[in-house]
Design a protein around this ligand. Structure first.
Ligand code: MG
Length: 236
């Protein structure tokens, strides 16, 4: 899983460097496929429940599961890049939201808050803590700063399958849920909206939008539980 995670992180770094005004989301998907293959892995998302691409690209008010296509990224957009790869039977899964060229300060702040929520969730994720501690850390971090967390989509266990039990909601109560054990592997993935938390599904039956049209960001890491801070697997 360390190798799978490392591959995901390397590819996301390559893609992040390519994000600029004028690039098509489809071009990022093609690069993702090429880099994953070059590193000897396979994309986790392609064909998963018939998802048609290697990468999810979710722009502005799109939260998750955007399908790369002909859309051209504009200066000031934010784009979430969510990528999974399988290597020797194990998955890694990570996401990052990137500004396209120069972005507004509210957009910049949303990115900082969402990344901060991921860090807060990792600080709560250690052996003998409870699953609800992770969920509440995300919710508290975002809501105390007047942002909302998406409720219909969650983090998850990960390993031989991309999505394993348990689901890890981005909201919840501390001190509840299963006790975390050393060696458990999770994908933690706060999705934070600048407006309300409600979502709507797009006509393609994949892309998830904020119901109110507000901006949304998404940061994700695959981690392993230890006695101290978790080890991040999706890092280079
Ligand atoms: Mg995930």
């Amino acid at each position: 899983m360390r190798q799978a995670g490392r591959i995901v992180a390397i590819v996301l770094e390559v893609l992040t460097r390519q994000v600029r005004p004028g690039i098509k989301t489809k071009d990022l998907d093609i690069m993702a496929a090429r880099e994953i293959e070059r590193l000897g892995a396979k994309p986790s998302f392609k064909g998963y429940r018939e998802f048609p691409a290697n990468l999810c690209t979710s722009v502005n008010d799109e939260i998750v599961h955007g399908i790369p296509g002909e859309r051209i990224l504009d200066e000031g957009d934010i784009v979430s890049l969510d990528l999974g790869a399988i290597f020797m039977g194990f998955h890694g899964d990570a996401a990052v939201t990137v500004g396209v060229g120069k972005i507004s300060s509210p957009a910049r702040r949303l990115l900082e808050i969402t990344e901060g929520a991921l860090k807060a969730s990792m600080a709560a994720a250690r052996a003998e803590a409870r699953l609800g501690d992770i969920s509440s850390a995300i919710q508290n971090y975002a809501e105390s700063r007047n942002y909302s967390v998406v409720r219909e989509y969650s983090g998850h266990g990960i390993g031989r399958e991309l999505h394993e039990e348990p689901q890890i909601p981005n909201f919840g109560l501390p001190g509840t849920g299963p006790v975390l054990k050393r060696g458990m592997t999770f994908a933690l993935e706060p999705m934070v909206n600048a407006g309300d938390w409600h979502t709507r599904l797009g006509d393609d039956h994949w892309t998830v939008f904020t119901a109110d049209g507000s901006l949304s960001a998404h940061f994700e890491h695959t981690i392993v539980i230890t006695e101290a801070e978790p080890e991040v697997l999706t890092t280079v």
